[in-house]
Design a protein. Structure first.
Length: 180
């Protein structure tokens, strides 16, 4: 019974992540894009992979446990960490905020006392360097929550809180799966 209840709770989240990865694969892969495979759920994080061999992509994703801001409508909010060994991409950080960011704005991520700045484009934000990505992953592995601050193109400020419960286990799973 416990497993069945957990499966029902994960299905809506899993479908969202699979849809997000399908978009990434559609843009990056040939016409015969690989099927997305669910690796597992780890606390508030889920892990996936797609493709084989050199084309394999592994990623983990989470939704905020709390999202705040004075907005009427907002799309999906998600935080991703991705490995793409063939492209020499390791622990790429990506935030999708459910709205278009203000042009030339930044996103600030607070992980306890550490602050990280991400650059924005459209509805997404990324770390500015590999060093920033490495530092963020290390901080996320050691802490229990993360807060992401952003500003929409309409000027609305948002504050999204993510649980880091399960982050390390999900990260280990995608790292093992992609051989990183």
């Amino acid at each position: 019974m416990f497993f069945q209840n957990q499966t029902r709770q994960l299905m809506p989240r899993t479908a969202t992540w699979m849809g997000a990865l399908a978009l990434v694969l559609y843009a990056a892969a040939p016409a015969n894009a690989a099927e997305t495979i669910f690796i597992g759920a780890y606390g508030e994080w889920e892990a996936f992979h797609a493709g084989e061999g050199k084309s394999k992509i592994c990623y983990m994703a989470s939704k905020p446990i709390s999202d705040k801001g004075k907005y009427k409508k907002r799309g999906e909010i998600q935080f991703f960490v991705t490995h793409q060994p063939a492209a020499k991409i390791k622990h790429e950080i990506n935030v999708v905020n459910g709205y278009d960011f203000r042009k030339k704005s930044t996103v600030t991520v607070h992980i306890t006392r550490k602050r990280f700045t991400l650059f924005t484009r459209g509805d997404s934000a990324w770390a500015k360097s590999k060093k920033t990505e490495q530092d963020m992953v290390k901080a996320m592995q050691k802490q229990s929550r993360m807060i992401v601050y952003g500003r929409s193109n309409r000027g609305t400020r948002t504050r999204d809180t993510y649980s880091l419960s399960g982050f390390s286990a999900a990260y280990d799973a995608i790292t093992k799966e992609c051989g990183v």
